[in-house]
Design a protein around this ligand. Structure first.
Ligand SMILES: CC(=O)N[C@H]1[C@@H](OP(=O)(O)OP(=O)(O)OC[C@H]2O[C@@H](n3ccc(=O)[nH]c3=O)[C@H](O)[C@@H]2O)O[C@H](CO)[C@@H](O)[C@@H]1O
Ligand SMILES: C=C(OP(=O)(O)O)C(=O)O
Length: 427
């Protein structure tokens, strides 16, 4: 096992280049199963969620060939048993996208209940409702989700809640269904648009992605394609917040400023300077940080995946900020770690009251989940003294080369192996 050792009191300065979007890539890679032919996918982030997906695809018979660090060719001409076992699915939430794609390709699929960050219950009833409306029988048995259909037939589906996962999964299942599918009350995140663009580049007929209503004319065949994934909005936001939180000056490159508007607006209110260019954004802060209130919501609202990082920033702002989590029941587990570093935060259900303090101090902490891990890392870079962060596997699930990128901006972070002696004596 490894941990990060972070020497604090650094103001991040310099330039950082953003990788491809995890949450788009985890949908696009399973979608290659729908192609007749090879897909070349560019701008794939080199993170553990992606290597697990490739392991799952290879295990089913696909040929996966890395062309360079961020480009991979996937040939799904042969796919064997459409089964994704617990041993692989449990590491990530997005393994459930294989249900939609395998159901479309093989008329049946069995995928273990997914993993991913623990924010309380992560239901899949809307995915199941969508598959059933397309004509599938869906059941959950011994931890496996099983779906089967003689033929998928287009349908009119109204989602009861705005769900990124259900919008994507049902889009994947319906793209080759017979006739027209209309999805209403859809999620509108940039990665949903990216998946639709990818599928359309394979010959699909999907309109309206990025709005509440998506209309899909089923097609018989999807061909291979070459496609470049959009930049990661959350990775970009994380470096923007890190720059502002540490009183730094960072140019965040290879981004789409439109995707970052909700984050930019909050950083400006908090007292940072944000300058937008065509495909980069500069964030710097000289003066104090001000209190602000945040409520996370589906896109174009403030993203839930930026809530922990922003809370880390607000713990060193002047005054009391209110952070409300509007998507998940329990996304404040990381707060205990910030408290160890001296943050004054009270959590009541889905609301955190953050009373800013002048500075945080280093402490032994852990990454409770992906973005919670990013939050403690941001806090550690600005804090007085040394912070040791354990369970960094959560962070590496979603941030490519985070040590290299942060140290490139001046952070002092070392990744070290935790000696076995500590682990065995703790047992
Ligand atoms: C809308 C939203 O912001 N979604 C976030 C959600 O996506 P993710 O796809 O993981 O989750 P969903 O968008 O599906 O879930 C949003 C909400 O809908 C509920 N739900 C979901 C599916 C379902 O079948 N039934 C149901 O009730 C969930 O409990 C949750 O409260 O977490 C990801 C990881 O943090 C983020 O990248 C996404 O931005
Ligand atoms: C929590 C996240 O991912 P996942 O839904 O894959 O767990 C995230 O991207 O912040």
């Amino acid at each position: 096992m490894e941990k990060f050792i972070v020497e604090g009191q650094t103001r991040l300065k310099g330039e950082v280049t953003i990788s491809g979007a995890k949450n788009a890539a985890v949908a696009i890679i399973p979608a290659t199963i729908l192609a007749q032919g090879k897909c070349v996918i560019e701008n794939i982030p080199n993170i553990s969620d992606i290597s697990i997906l490739f392991k799952i695809l290879s295990g089913m018979g696909a040929k996966v060939r890395r062309i360079n660090k961020s480009t991979v060719e996937v040939d799904t001409t042969y796919i064997g048993e459409p089964v994704v076992p617990y041993e692989l699915a449990r590491y990530m939430r997005a393994s459930y996208y294989l249900l939609g794609t395998l159901l479309s390709r093989c008329n049946r699929a069995s995928v273990s209940m997914p993993g991913g960050c623990n924010f309380g219950v992560r239901p899949i009833d809307q995915h199941m409702k969508g598959f059933e409306a397309l004509g599938a029988d869906v059941s959950i048995d011994s931890g496996m989700i099983n779906a089967r259909a003689d033929m998928l037939i287009g349908a009119h589906i109204y989602f009861d809640v705005v769900s990124v996962g259900a919008t994507i999964n049902v889009m994947l299942a319906s793209v080759k269904a017979k006739g027209i599918t209309i999805l209403e009350n859809c999620a509108k995140e940039p990665h949903i648009v990216d998946l639709a663009n990818f599928l359309n580049s394979m010959g699909a007929d999907i309109r309206g992605a990025g709005t509440d209503v998506i209309k899909i004319h089923g097609v018989d065949i999807l061909h291979g394609t070459t496609y470049s994934i959009i930049p990661d909005q959350i990775e970009a936001g994380t470096y923007m917040v890190a720059a502002a939180a540490t009183g730094g000056d960072v140019l965040v490159k290879n981004i789409i400023p439109k995707h970052l508007e909700a984050i930019t607006e909050k950083l400006l209110k908090a007292g940072a300077e944000v300058i937008e260019y065509d495909d980069s954004i500069r964030v710097r802060r000289g003066g104090d940080l001000n209190k602000i209130n945040i409520k996370t919501m589906p896109h174009p609202g403030f993203p839930t995946d930026m809530q922990p990082q922003m809370t880390a920033l607000l713990s060193v702002a002047q005054g009391t900020s209110i952070v409300t989590e509007g998507v998940w029941d329990n996304r404040f587990r990381y707060v205990d770690e910030l408290r160890r570093m001296g943050a004054h935060i009270q959590v009541d259900g889905k609301v955190a009251v953050v009373e800013g303090t002048e500075s945080l101090t280093g402490a032994p902490v852990k990454a409770t989940d992906l973005r919670g891990g990013a939050a403690v890392l941001i806090a550690a870079i600005g804090a007085k003294g040394t912070t040791e962060i354990e369970d960094i596997g959560h962070i590496e699930r979603g941030y490519e080369d985070i040590v290299e990128k942060m140290t490139g901006l001046g952070a002092r972070i070392k990744k070290v192996v935790i000696p076995d002696v500590y682990l065995s004596s703790a047992l």
